[in-house]
Design a protein around this ligand. Structure first.
Ligand code: DSN
Length: 417
């Protein structure tokens, strides 16, 4: 258990809740595909004295003195981003993925312009033009969907829609799409209609670094991302772009949208990028995909209906209504009681509401960080099946939770003592 003596002394309530959360993370099989375990080094940078410093501006162009160390930290984060992703320019200041996307809008378009992105219930993100989000409220948003039969993006339809609506920006990227994106194709479509192409790689950042997912950098005007998820960094964001957009992106982040960067996060992003350059990280990301494919196969074998039939990446989206006529929420809550943490999620063309949808979203970044491999995926699929066949059996849930904890004891999670 992590020793937090000062916190324990000053604020025992928060201390105890953090310790309980650490226990929960240690003892459960965390399958939420956007979550992970960061290293102790990333946690140390995040919890450092850098949180005490204000640094509006960019390295060597700040509005406050005392930047001798902060400038070097931000320069390291930027240069590592450029090396890791092979891009011309990087900005590591966005507070997270949504602010990074907002900066892309402000850099590349004007309020009221037409934009296009994948619809949220089809796996897209709020900031790709969903109606209740700033992106759907400030812009004329045209949302493409996935194919009803295959669950895949239909690039011909995206192209037709782009020709009709002439968007200023086309977004690619998703939170619940289990297949590869053809970034080259998106780039061609955008070019053909005179749009900018923004690739949001938040979910697949670590897979791209390891070469197990196609890379958008050669084709996109701007690439946005969170710095957490598969790449195992702190909660934050970054933007990569071609040199021609560098000034506009930097201005959009500061001063248009943000004030001082979170220097503790910047340092942790730099640490994460250094870790992601290692062969060990690449092997990890390859295993994330192998594990997701194995989990999908094992669920398929047990009769589960998966969106697109399987996966190419880190994510497996289960159609629970199609599989067991069971709402995703009931399934996710039953699994949680057995120590298997997922989230209920819409599936494409869902007839149910987002707060009570048909699907359950799972993924393998966190369990792979613990060193779990294909054999463990078989066990996990089996436990999931037992729970989902008897979602009200609390004794069964308790029994499986115990087995989950025993398995977790054999696979220590990074960052946890
Ligand atoms: N909240 C993230 C996810 O879970 O996919 C998307 O921003």
């Amino acid at each position: 258990m992590t020793h937090l003596p000062n916190l324990q002394k000053n604020d025992v309530e928060i201390h105890d809740l953090i310790i309980k959360e650490e226990e929960r993370q240690r003892k459960s099989i965390r399958l939420i595909p956007s979550e992970n375990y960061v290293s102790k080094a990333v946690l140390e940078a995040t919890g450092s004295v850098l949180t005490n410093k204000y640094s509006e501006g960019y390295a060597h162009k700040r509005y406050y003195e005392g930047q001798i160390n902060i400038d070097k930290i931000e320069e390291l984060a930027v240069s590592r981003a450029k090396e890791l992703f092979g891009c011309e320019h990087a900005n590591v200041q966005p507070y997270s993925g949504s602010p990074a996307n907002m900066a892309a809008y402000f850099a590349l378009s004007d309020i009221g312009d037409n934009i296009m992105g994948l619809s949220l219930p089809h796996g897209g993100h709020l900031t790709h033009g969903w109606k209740v989000n700033f992106s759907g409220r400030l812009y004329h948003s045209y949302q493409y969907t996935v194919d009803a039969e295959t669950g895949l993006i239909n690039y011909d339809k995206v192209h037709e829609m782009a020709k009709e609506h002439k968007p200023k920006i086309i977004f690619a990227g998703a939170t619940a799409y289990p297949r590869e994106y053809n970034f080259e194709k998106f780039g061609e479509i955008a070019k053909d209609v005179g749009a900018y192409f923004v690739a949001d790689i938040a979910h697949i950042n670590g897979l791209i670094v390891a070469g197990v997912h196609p890379d958008p950098v050669p084709f996109a005007d701007v690439v946005t991302s969170t710095s957490h998820k598969a790449i195992r960094g702190p909660r934050g964001g970054f933007i990569l772009c071609k040199e021609e957009h560098a000034k506009a992106i930097d201005r959009a982040v500061f001063p248009t949208l943000q004030g001082g960067p979170h220097n503790h996060t910047t340092a942790a992003i730099a640490v994460c990028f250094k870790e992601a350059m290692t062969e060990e990280f690449k092997e990890y990301a390859r295993q994330v995909v192998k594990n997701a494919k194995k989990l999908a196969d094992e669920l398929n074998k047990r009769g589960y209906k998966l969106v697109t039939g399987g996966t190419d990446n880190h994510l497996v989206l289960i159609d629970m209504i199609g599989s067991k006529d069971m709402p995703g929420k009931i399934a996710a809550k039953a699994l949680d009681k057995a120590g298997i943490v997922t989230n209920y999620n819409t599936i494409p063309w869902d007839k149910r509401k987002p707060f009570d949808p048909s699907g359950v979203r799972t993924g393998t970044p966190a369990i792979t960080s613990r060193g779990m491999k294909e054999d463990e995926m078989v066990k996990i699929a089996d436990w999931m099946d037992q729970v989902l066949c008897n979602p009200e059996d609390e004794n069964l849930q308790k029994n499986i939770k115990k087995q989950v904890e025993d398995l977790c004891d054999n696979f220590p999670a990074p960052g946890l003592d």
